[in-house]
Structure formats: C-alpha cells, structure tokens
Design a binder for this molecule. Sequence first.
Ligand SMILES: NC(=O)c1ccc[n+]([C@@H]2O[C@H](COP(=O)([O-])OP(=O)(O)OC[C@H]3O[C@@H](n4cnc5c(N)ncnc54)[C@H](OP(=O)(O)O)[C@@H]3O)[C@@H](O)[C@H]2O)c1
Length: 349
Amino acid sequence: MSLSLCITYVQSGRANEESWSRLASPEPLRVGGDSREPKSLKRMFILGMGFVGNFFGEQLKCQGWDVSGTCTSVVKKKKLQDMGFDAYHFDANEPEWGILDVVNCHTHLLVSIPPLAGIGDPMLQHGELLKNGLMGGSLQWLCYLSSTSVYGNCGGEWVDEEYPASPTSELSKLRLAAEERWLNLGGNLGIAAYAFRLGGIYGPGRSAVDTILKQEALSEGQRRRTCRLYTSRIHVEDICQALQASFYASSAGKVYNVVDDYPAPREEVFAYAQSLIEKKWPGQITRSFEIEDSLVTAKKEGFAAEKRVSNARMKKELGVRLVHPSYRTGLQSIIDQMDNPFRHILLDS
Ligand SMILES: NC(=O)c1ccc[n+]([C@@H]2O[C@H](COP(=O)([O-])OP(=O)(O)OC[C@H]3O[C@@H](n4cnc5c(N)ncnc54)[C@H](OP(=O)(O)O)[C@@H]3O)[C@@H](O)[C@H]2O)c1
C-alpha cells in the first residue's frame, strides 16, 4: 500500500491532525528506511489480541499510540472496539489478506498467534504472500512471541539463548520454525525483528491466585506442569517492558528469553498464592490446592523435562529491570489490585 493510501486510511476517522502530532516520536526506528516514510507515527498492530496483546495495547494507548489488533470472534471484536482499539476479525485458517493493507499502515507489528498442530504458524503458511504484502509498507519493527518450550529437555540445566534448542513436542517444533521464519521475514523486509521466548505468562486475571479463587480443579495441562521442579514464568507487565525496550535496541534479528529470575515449582507458587488469599480474606477458601506427589513424579522423570531459563541477555542488552523478579511480588501485586471476590457472600449473609 502506498504512503498516500496509508494516510487516507489513517485519516478516515481514525486519526486527526492533532493525533498526528501526538504520535510524533523522537527516535526513528526504521532499519535502512526511506525518507518518504512517516517515521514519526506510533501505530501498533497486534496479530492476536489475547492476554498479552490486550495488556500491551492498553499500555501503549495510555502512551498516545494508536493500537489495532485482531481476534477470531465477532463478540470479542465488539469488546475490543468498546475498549478503544481498532479491532479486526481475522482467522488465520481462513485469512482475509486485505488485513495486510491495514498492517502496512502501522509502524510496529506484534505477532501473538500460536502455531496450530499439523499446520504450523498459520500466517507463515502463506509466507510469500505475507512478504509481498508487507513489502514497502510502513513497518519498522516486528516481534514474534514464542515460548521457552523450544529448549525441550535439558536435565535441569540453566539455558540461555545460545543453548541448542531441541524441542520435543510437535507444537514446540513448530514454534522454533516459526521464530526463525518471522526473523527471516523481518530481515527480508529490512525492519527490526525480534523473537521473545516467554515463560509461563501470568498477570491480573490469569494467575495462581485467580485459579484458586475460581475454586476449580486444575486442568490436565496444569497438573502436568505442576509436576515440574522448575517452571519459568513472567509477569505480563515485564513482557510489556521488554517489548518497549526492544523498540530502541540495536540488536535486530535476535532471540530473547523473557522470564523472571526465579524458576520455581508450581506447587510452591500455589502454596504462596493460597497463603496470600488466606491472609487477605481469611476462612473463605473451602477447597485446598494441595498438589499430590509432584516431587515424586519429578524425580521419577529424572528431571529430564526440566530447565532453568536464563534472562541475562534480556537484562544486559535490552536493559530490562524486572518489575516482578519472582512470582512473589507478581502475585502480591495481583492480589493488592483485586476487588474482594467474596463480597457477594458477605452481602448475602
Ligand atoms: N500462556 C502462556 O503461558 C504462554 C507461554 C509462552 C508463550 N505463549 C505464547 O505467547 C503468545 C501470547 O500469549 P497469550 O497468553 O497472550 O495468548 P492468548 O491469550 O491465547 O492469545 C492468542 C491470540 O491469538 C489469536 N488466535 C489464535 N488462533 C488464531 C488463528 N487461527 N487465527 C487468528 N488468530 C488466532 C487469539 O484470538 P482470540 O482473541 O479470538 O481468541 C488470541 O487473540 C501466544 O502465542 C502464546 O501461545 C504463551
């Protein structure tokens, strides 16, 4: 899409002159860019406005960015629009490629759609089309959200980004392939591209505290992960700060582990979450979340599936100082921000 078409799109009800100047950025990001391009715009497009996408989008909006994103349902699209996002219905299984014209009007692209079993990255199945569609647009930066699962089984060792990735499950193999291809695409487009390997994501509305408060049984996947001695995790707020830091980094094409300092067993995290709830709302939890035999199982597996993921590169090169270095401050901040979930019980009694 040409620059003039982009401007027409932006001006058609989405940004006025005031917001053009509001979007002025002191630091152009384009790698080998073209002087005719609107370097001053701060426009984020999020492919997959899920948990991270929503949180990041909200944060950027508060900083004066224009944020657009996709979801797969009409109901969610309406919800996102009500929140002030430019929302688009987009299902990568049945892609409407007109979406690329919209992406091209943005300066930044966050890719948050996970790979699909048997298919791989649903966007990259149409790699040539994607590349041709994005060539010559306004993009300056892209980041692909990946997972620490790409490391596979490491016998409990500390792993950094140089550790050979050796994924075991089908989805992790597809993840690794997707990382490489998104980074290549960024290189081909001449833009700054990053892949972030995220640990287990938690934050307000999605945490051990929330799981306990819902008083539901753990899912099969949760139970399996419970058996691990080390689970890397990351608070969504810290993912957002790492993303923002990468806007200004000069390490395009790199992979970063985005995890906190303290890989810990889920058992420990749930026990801590339960103690926080008990302290704040004593006597309200009727069901205990004791996790059976997890250590026994972990020992039986001989730590094979274990790894401790290092965040040293993220700290050194992106300059990230974690807001939540461990689950402890993360969960504390979540419970501090919570309204009393038992209020209706108190009102009824
Ligand atoms: N959860 C974790 O602990 C964890 C750990 C490491 C990495 N990750 C990965 O990091 C990324 C961000 O995580 P998250 O928790 O924010 O993910 P999430 O909440 O599950 O959001 C994923 C987004 O992708 C969209 N999506 C899924 N399949 C799609 C398809 N076929 N076509 C188009 N859109 C599709 C979803 O659409 P709807 O909004 O319509 O559902 C949603 O917006 C994801 O790729 C996730 O797999 C997650």
